[in-house]
Design a protein around this ligand. Structure first.
Ligand code: 2M8
Length: 421
C-alpha cells in the first residue's frame, strides 16, 4: 500500500511541467500565484530545491513595480480560456517578457520561503528572493490601501476565493456586459454545478476589461468597479509581513518596514471583531462591514489576531459549530467555506460551501498560533482523513466527502505533506 505522503508526492510530480507545477492537470494548466507558494510549502519536506525552483519560476512573472501576478502564462501548447489574450499584458508598461494576468493573489510566498528555509537553510536563496518579496508587499500597500488602516483592497474576485457569496452584492452592481466571446475551458473538465455561472464570468471579464483600459494601474481605488477588503487576503499578508521580517533578520537586512506593516495589519484586523457573531467583519470599500457567513470571517485567526477568549469563542461558536462551519451529523466534513446556516450555502459549488484543504491548513496554523493545539490537531486529523478517503481533490462535498472540481489538485497534495509533517 502506497503511503499518503508518497501519493501526494506523485501528484506533484505528475503536475510538474519542469518549470512550474500546474494547480490541476486539466482545469488549471498555467502557473497560479498562491498555488505555487502552497506547492513550495509541500516541497519543503520532500524536495526543498524543487520548492525553491517553484518560487523562482513564479517570480519570473513579476512586474517592474513589484506586483507578482495571479497567473504566469508560461509558453505551452494547452487549451485554457480566458488566457493571455484577455489580459494583453505585453501592452502594459513594466510588464515582464512572459505574458501574465494584471492582478495579484494572496501573498503566501514569504511564508513559503520561510518554510523552505526552516526545512533546508539556504542564505543565498534568501538574498536573491527577499528583495522581490519586499517589493511586492510594498506595492500592495502603495497601490491598494484605500483607508489608511493598513488593510489592502482586492480589485477582482480572482484575487481571492473568487466565487464566494461575500462578493455577490458588489458584483451585482457591475454591468455584466456582452455574452462571453470565448468558450470556457473549465466547463469541459468540471461539472457546471461545481463552477461559477456564466453571469459571474461575464462580470469577472467586465472588471478585467475595465482594468485593462488602465493598464491595471488605477490612479485611485475610487475608479475601481470592484474594491473589497478581503479578510483572507489581509490575514495572509499579515503573516507574510511577519515572515518577511523574520527572513530579513536571517540575512541581516532591515526588517523594520515589514514588522511595522504586520503590526498595523494585526491592529486593523482586531478592530473587525464582531462580539455578537464570534467572527470578523469585512466588506466592499464603499459599503458596510459585515460578518459575511463565509469562511473569510474566521481568517484573522490565521494571523493570530484573536485574544485567548476570542479565539475560544471563534472556535466553539463559529469554526467548529455544527450549524455554521464545523462538523455536524448531516455534514461531518469541515470546515465548510460558507456557514451551513447561510442561505447562500451550496454544498457543491466552488467556494460556496465545499471543504477546501488550503482553508483547513490556514485554520490549523491559526489555531496553533492562538494556543488551541488540541483543536488544531482535531482539524488536522479530520483533513487528513478526508484526503486519505477521497484523494487530492480541489474541494469536497461536506456531507459525503466526495471529491469535487479538479482531481489531482496540487495544493491539496502539497499541504497534506505539510499537515503530515
Ligand atoms: C481558481 O481561480 C481560477 C481563476 O483565476 C478559475 O476559477 O479558473 C481559484 O480557486 C483560485 O484561488 C486558484 O488560485 C485557481 C487555481 O487553483 O483557481
Amino acid at each position: 500500500m502506497v503511503s499518503l505522503a508518497d501519493r501526494a508526492v506523485e501528484v506533484l510530480r505528475r503536475n510538474d511541467t519542469g518549470s512550474f507545477v500546474k494547480p490541476g492537470p486539466l482545469v488549471y494548466p498555467f502557473q497560479w500565484n498562491w498555488d505555487s507558494a502552497l506547492v513550495a510549502i509541500g516541497f519543503a519536506w520532500v524536495d526543498p530545491a524543487r520548492g525553491r525552483a517553484e518560487v523562482r519560476s513564479l517570480l519570473r512573472g513579476r512586474w517592474a513595480d513589484g506586483m507578482v501576478p495571479h497567473i504566469v502564462f508560461h509558453p505551452q501548447d494547452v487549451q485554457y480560456s480566458p488566457g493571455p489574450e484577455l489580459w494583453d499584458s505585453a501592452r502594459c508598461p513594466g510588464a515582464p517578457a512572459l505574458p501574465t494576468s494584471g492582478i495579484t493573489q494572496p501573498p503566501v510566498v514569504a511564508t513559503a520561503v520561510r518554510t523552505l528555509h526552516e526545512a533546508d537553510p539556504d542564505l543565498r536563496f534568501l538574498e536573491e528572493i527577499v528583495p522581490a518579496v519586499d517589493a511586492w508587499h510594498r506595492w500592495l500597500h502603495e497601490e491598494r490601501s484605500p483607508d489608511g488602516t493598513g488593510l489592502v483592497a482586492i480589485l477582482h474576485p480572482w484575487e481571492s476565493a473568487d466565487n464566494a457569496p461575500r462578493f455577490d452584492a458588489a458584483l451585482a452592481r457591475i454591468d455584466s456586459g456582452d455574452p462571453l466571446s470565448f468558450t470556457r475551458t473549465d466547463r469541459q473538465h468540471a461539472e457546471d454545478a461545481e463552477r461559477p455561472t456564466d453571469l459571474d464570468y461575464r462580470r469577472y471579464i467586465a472588471i478585467v476589461e475595465h482594468l485593462r483600459l488602465h493598464h491595471y494601474r488605477l490612479s485611485s481605488i475610487e475608479e475601481a468597479l470592484f474594491a473589497y477588503i478581503d479578510l483572507c487576503f489581509n490575514a495572509v499578508l499579515t503573516v507574510a509581513e511577519s515572515d518577511l521580517a523574520w527572513l530579513c533578520g536571517e540575512i541581516g537586512a532591515d526588517s523594520e518596514r515589514a514588522r511595522t506593516a504586520a503590526a498595523r495589519l494585526r491592529a486593523a484586523l482586531r478592530e473587525r471583531w464582531d462580539e455578537g457573531a464570534a467572527a470578523y467583519r469585512e466588506g466592499d470599500v464603499r459599503g458596510e462591514q459585515t460578518v459575511t457567513g463565509t469562511v473569510a470571517d474566521l481568517f484573522p485567526l490565521y494571523a493570530g489576531v484573536p485574544d485567548e477568549r476570542q479565539a475560544r469563542r471563534l472556535f466553539e461558536e463559529s469554526l467548529w459549530s455544527p450549524e455554521r462551519f464545523g462538523p455536524s451529523k448531516e455534514a461531518p466534513w469541515a470546515v465548510t467555506t460558507v456557514a451551513k446556516s447561510s442561505r447562500d450555502f451550496d454544498a457543491c459549488r466552488y467556494w460556496r460551501g465545499p471543504v477546501w484543504i488550503n482553508v483547513n491548513w490556514f485554520l490549523v496554523r491559526g489555531l496553533e498560533r492562538c494556543g488551541l493545539a488540541a483543536e488544531a490537531d482535531g482539524l488536522r486529523g479530520l483533513t487528513l482523513e478526508l484526503v486519505e478517503r477521497s484523494g487530492f481533490s480541489e474541494y469536497y462535498h461536506p456531507s459525503t466527502g466526495a471529491p469535487l472540481g479538479s482531481g489531482d489538485f496540487s495544493w491539496s497534495a502539497a499541504l497534506t505533506l505539510d499537515l503530515l509533517h
